[in-house]
Design a protein around this ligand. Structure first.
Ligand code: KIV
Length: 271
C-alpha cells in the first residue's frame, strides 16, 4: 500500500465535518476479513473491531477475557479488507486502566501491528491520564461512556445507565473531559435518549449511540446482532436487518441432507 493510499477515505476530520453538516454517521462492528469486506463496501463510515468479539466470536459471557493479542488478530484481518471506512479498535480490559504507560504501549501495539486508524476505550475521568498519554503519541482516541461492558461486575446488570441525575451529571462531565482531552468521538451506550441528545448538542465531536436514541450524531450496532446471527440478545434498541441465523441453519441442514442422500456432489461437482 502506498503512503497516499494508506489513508482511508473516512478520517476523523471527515467525521467532524459530517457532524457539522448534520450527516449521520453509520458505524458497525467487524472482526474478520470477509465480513469487513461486505460492511466496508456497503458504505459503513466507521468499522469497530469491538471487544464484543469476546462474546460473538469467542463465546465468552462478558468482554473481559479477550486479550490484546486476540484483538490484534481480529483487527489485522479487518484492516486487510477495508478500503474506505475508518477502522477503530477497542483496547481490551486490563490494557489501559490504572497505568498510562501500559495504555500507551497497548495502543502503540494496536497501531503498529494492525495499521488501524484509532483506538477506543471505556470510561471518563478514571482513564483520562491514559487517554491523554495515548493522544500525546498522535494516536486518535474514541471514548465510550454510559453502559461500559468492561465494568459489568461493578454495574451488576446490563440495564440502562444514567437514569439517575448524579450518574447523568457525571456522564456529561466525562464527555466534556474527553472532548477537551482531544478525543475525536465518543460512543454512548444504553442511556436515556434525552441525555444522548444533550451530550451530542453540547459537544463538537461526533457522538455515536447504541441505545442512546436518535438525537446523537450516528449509530453503532454489533454486526452479528444486525444480521440476526445472534438469537438470545434482544434489547429494545436492536433492529435486526436480516435473519441470517435461519438462512445459515437452513443452508447447513440442506447440505447435511444432500451429503447423507449422496445428492452432493453430483456429476458436475467433481473432477
Ligand atoms: O465492543 C463493541 O462492540 C462496542 C460497541 C457495542 C459499541 O463497544
Amino acid at each position: 500500500m502506498s503512503v497516499e493510499s494508506s489513508v482511508r477515505a473516512v478520517t476523523t476530520l471527515r467525521l467532524t465535518e459530517m457532524k457539522q453538516r448534520g450527516e449521520k454517521i453509520a458505524m458497525l462492528t467487524s472482526y474478520d476479513y470477509s465480513m469487513a469486506k461486505i460492511v466496508d463496501a456497503a458504505g459503513v463510515d466507521v468499522i469497530l473491531v469491538g471487544d464484543s468479539a469476546a462474546n460473538v466470536m469467542a463465546g465468552y459471557e462478558t468482554t473481559l477475557p479477550i486479550t490484546l493479542d486476540m484483538m490484534i488478530y481480529h483487527a489485522r484481518a479487518v484492516v486487510r479488507a477495508v478500503k474506505r471506512a475508518l477502522v477503530v479498535v477497542d483496547l481490551p480490559f486490563g490494557t489501559y486502566q490504572g497505568n498510562s504507560k501500559v495504555a500507551l504501549d497497548s495502543a502503540i501495539r494496536i497501531m503498529k501491528e494492525t495499521e488501524a486508524d484509532a483506538v477506543k476505550l471505556e470510561g471518563g475521568a478514571e482513564v483520562l491520564e491514559s487517554v491523554e498519554r495515548i493522544l500525546s503519541a498522535g494516536i486518535p482516541v474514541m471514548g465510550h461512556l454510559g453502559l461500559t461492558p468492561q465494568s459489568i461486575h461493578k454495574f451488576g446488570t446490563y440495564n440502562v445507565r444514567a437514569k439517575e441525575q448524579a450518574e447523568a451529571d457525571k456522564l456529561l462531565h466525562d464527555a466534556h473531559l474527553l472532548e477537551e482531552a482531544g478525543c475525536f468521538g465518543i460512543v454512548l451506550e444504553k442511556i436515556p435518549a434525552a441525555l444522548g441528545a444533550r451530550v451530542a448538542s453540547e459537544l463538537h465531536i461526533p457522538v455515536i449511540g447504541i441505545g442512546a436514541g436518535g438525537g446523537v450524531d450516528g449509530q453503532v450496532l454489533v454486526a452479528h446482532d444486525l444480521f440476526g446471527i445472534t438469537q438470545d440478545f434482544s434489547p429494545r434498541f436492536l433492529r435486526r436487518y436480516a435473519d441470517l441465523h435461519a438462512v445459515m441453519s437452513s443452508a447447513v441442514s440442506s447440505y447435511v441432507a444432500d451429503v447423507k442422500s449422496r445428492d452432493f456432489p453430483n456429476e458436475k461437482e467433481q473432477y
